[in-house]
Design a protein around this ligand. Structure first.
Ligand SMILES: Nc1ncnc2c1ncn2[C@@H]1O[C@H](COP(=O)(O)OP(=O)(O)OP(=O)(O)O)[C@@H](O)[C@H]1O
Ligand SMILES: [Mg+2]
Length: 224
């Protein structure tokens, strides 16, 4: 379970402090699919970065499975992230000098997984990229790169998958394939999936939609 209590983030801009996320509290139960929506600049990526432990809240606490990650040191946080959280970004963020297989290998090597190469190849097969492991990101289409990024996010079999506009840079047909893949991954493994999206089709498949506006949670809608 992911739990936020009174989490906010204030940054210092030229004009002084700017609160980009006002104190927010909510829980996401294990296995749920949650979409975070809202206009550009409303704080979606900020919120996801806090859930992922990539950023530190200014106030409040983020807990993952009962562990307050806000209090963890850098090393413990990195370890927890490596074990529990997979992240998919809008612009894929693959390492251009590594092949698809090597990109998927990186998190496993960091975690010291045995049989990493075999598992990386299996993950690429799961996302429909059998035989493409030796290709570099520049040799893959956007949708293929995003599928490599999903395979990489799943490398350590994390219970939580976070995705920031995973279909934002894909055409609608390719985006649909990526959505299907994410849903499949969620249902079959009981993973928690938190998606930032502008895409109404993607928001519709979620169990719950959290809407942000101007750095505040303005609504939470459960799908019935
Ligand atoms: N480090 C920072 N310093 C100053 N302002 C920031 C910083 N990070 C984010 N912001 C501002 O906070 C607001 C929320 O940003 P955020 O990236 O979370 O929005 P978003 O909802 O993800 O938008 P988009 O849909 O365009 O990706 C924006 O106005 C952004 O400019
Ligand atoms: Mg964003």
């Amino acid at each position: 379970m992911i739990e936020l209590s009174e989490v906010s983030r204030t940054v210092t801009s030229g004009a002084g402090p700017l609160t980009i996320l006002h104190p927010s509290s909510f829980r996401i139960e294990q296995g749920r699919t949650v979409a975070i929506t809202g206009p550009s600049g409303s704080g979606k990526s900020t919120l996801l970065g806090l859930l992922a432990g990539l950023d530190t809240p200014t106030t409040g606490a983020v807990s993952i499975d009962g562990v307050n990650i806000t209090r963890l040191g850098e090393e413990a946080l990195a370890r927890l992230r490596g074990e529990k959280i997979g992240i998919v970004f809008q612009f894929f963020h693959l390492l251009p000098s590594l092949t698809a297989l090597e990109n998927v290998l990186v998190p496993m090597e960091l975690a010291g997984v045995a049989d990493a190469r075999v598992r990386a190849a299996a993950l690429l097969a799961d996302v429909g990229l059998t035989g493409r492991g030796h290709h570099y990101p520049s040799q893959l289409s956007g949708g293929e790169q995003q599928r490599v990024a999903i395979a990489r996010a799943l490398a350590n079999d994390p219970p939580i998958l976070l995705a920031d506009e995973p279909t934002g840079n894909l055409d609608s047909a390719t985006g649909r394939q990526v959505i299907d893949l994410l849903m499949h991954v969620n249902r079959d493994h009981g993973r928690t999936l938190v998606l930032v999206t502008h895409d109404p089709e993607l928001a519709q498949v979620a169990d719950e939609v959290i809407a942000l506006r101007d750095g505040r949670v303005v609504s939470r809608t459960e799908r019935t």
